[in-house]
Design a protein around this ligand. Structure first.
Ligand code: GLY
Length: 352
C-alpha cells in the first residue's frame, strides 16, 4: 500500500511501516523511546508492536488508564513525571500506540515536553486511523469540554497496521466507519457506496482513500481557517446528540460514530431544506444509516435538550450554530446556517 506524504511526515502502511520506523529511529539517533499505551492497547496491541520493532535503543513503556475521562491534564502530568524520572531528554522519541485519546494526549505531551520532542502515531482503532492520527491536532479535555487545550503539532510519521483492527468489537469498527462515510459524502461517493452496498468491503482500501482525502484537506488548511471545517460534516448535530446521550443518566452512551451517523441524517435533511440537496439522496442516507447503525430512540422530550446543547457547540461563531451542508454528494458549503425550526425538524425527520 502506497505511502501517503503529508506536509512534513509520511503515513506508512502495513509491514513496510515497521521497517520505516526502524530507519527513522536509526537516522535520528534517539536517546530513548517511550511508548504510550493504555491498559487495553498494552494487552492487545503492544505484543505485536514490540515484536515488529527492530531497534537497540532503550525502550520504556508508559501505561495509562483507558477512556476519554482520563484525557486530561492530570494524566499528562503523570506521563511527564514518569518521563522525567526515567531520564527522557530532548532526543527522546514518544510513540503513541492506541486510539484517539492516546494519540491526541500523547501528541500533546510530546509537543510540550522540554518545548517539544519527536513523536510517532500508531493508531489502533478505525476512528483514530482515519481521523485523529493525521492532521496535527493534539490535545486534551478541560472538564467536560472536549479538546479545549492543545496545540497543532505534526508527528514524525504515522504507522498504519490494520492488524490492530482485529482487537476491536464490531461496534467500535462501525464507529470508525461513520468517518469513512463522511469522507464519502463530501469527497468521494465511492466510499459511501462501498460501505452501503458491498458486504466484502476492502477496509484497507477505504482507509487509504480516507486518509488521502483528510491529508489533502489539512494540507490546504492545516489550522482550520476554512476548508478543514468540511471534516465537521455530520458533527454539529452529531456532537449535540452525542453530548446529550453522554450526560443523560437514563440513556446509554452512543459511540462517536453512532452519533455522527445520526448527525449526517439530520444535516442531510437541513441540506435538502436549505441547499437543494436531492430528496432521493436524503432518503438513501437515512435508509443506509439506519441499516448500519440501527434506529436510536430519541424522544420528543429529548429534542429541547439537544437544541440547547447545540447552542454551546464550540464550532459556533458569535452564538450562531454553524454547519457543513451538502448541495449534492461531493459538493459542500461550510459556515452554513439554518433556522431553529429546520434544525428541530431534522431531528424529527430522523425519528420518523
Ligand atoms: N477531526 C477533524 C479534524 O481533524 O479536523
Amino acid at each position: 500500500m502506497e505511502t501517503i506524504q503529508a506536509t512534513t511526515y509520511p503515513i506508512h502502511f502495513n509491514e513496510k511501516a515497521y521497517s520505516e520506523l526502524a530507519v527513522l529511529i536509526e537516522q535520528n539517533a534517539y536517546s530513548s523511546i517511550f511508548i504510550l499505551v493504555d491498559d487495553n492497547t498494552f494487552e492487545c496491541c503492544y505484543p505485536r508492536f514490540i515484536q515488529n520493532l527492530e531497534t537497540k535503543t532503550q525502550i520504556e513503556v508508559i501505561q495509562i488508564d483507558p477512556g476519554e475521562v482520563h484525557k486530561n491534564i492530570e494524566t499528562c502530568v503523570g506521563v511527564w513525571n514518569v518521563m522525567t524520572e526515567l531520564g527522557a531528554d530532548r532526543k527522546s522519541l514518544l510513540i503513541t500506540l492506541g486510539g484517539g485519546v492516546i494519540t491526541d494526549l500523547g501528541g500533546f505531551v510530546a509537543s510540550t515536553f522540554k518545548r517539544g520532542i519527536d513523536f510517532v502515531n500508531i493508531p489502533t482503532t478505525l476512528l483514530s486511523i482515519v481521523d485523529a492520527s493525521v492532521g496535527g491536532k493534539t490535545g486534551i479535555d478541560l472538564g467536560v469540554l472536549k479538546n479545549q487545550i492543545g496545540v497543532f503539532a505534526n508527528p514524525q510519521m504515522v504507522l498504519i497496521d490494520p492488524e490492530y483492527l482485529h482487537t476491536l468489537s464490531a461496534r467500535e469498527i462501525r464507529s470508525g466507519t461513520a468517518e469513512i462515510i463522511k469522507y464519502g459524502m463530501t469527497h468521494d461517493i465511492y466510499l459511501f457506496n462501498e460501505i452501503k452496498d458491498n458486504p466484502e468491503v476492502n477496509i484497507i482500501d477505504l482507509i487509504h482513500k480516507s486518509i488521502a482525502i483528510k491529508n489533502e484537506v489539512v494540507t490546504e488548511d492545516p489550522k482550520e481557517k476554512g476548508l478543514r471545517k468540511v471534516l465537521n460534516w455530520g458533527h454539529t448535530m452529531g456532537h449535540g446528540v452525542e453530548s446529550y446521550f453522554l450526560e443523560n443518566p437514563n440513556k446509554e452512551a452512543l459511540t462517536h460514530g453512532e452519533a455522527i451517523a445520526i448527525g449526517m441524517v439530520c444535516e442531510a435533511f437541513i441540506s435538502a431544506k436549505t441547499q437543494g440537496f436531492p430528496t432521493k439522496k436524503l432518503e438513501e442516507i437515512k435508509d443506509a444509516i439506519i441499516a448500519i447503525y440501527g434506529k436510536v430512540t430519541i424522544e420528543n422530550s429529548d429534542i429541547e435538550h439537544i437544541m440547547n446543547l447545540l447552542k454551546h457547540d464550540k464550532k459556533n461563531e458569535a452564538g450562531v450554530v454553524k454547519f457543513v451542508l451538502l448541495k449534492d454528494y461531493e459538493d459542500f458549503v461550510i459556515n452554513a446556517e439554518a433556522s431553529e425550526q429546520i434544525i428541530e425538524e431534522s431531528l424529527n425527520f430522523y425519528r420518523q
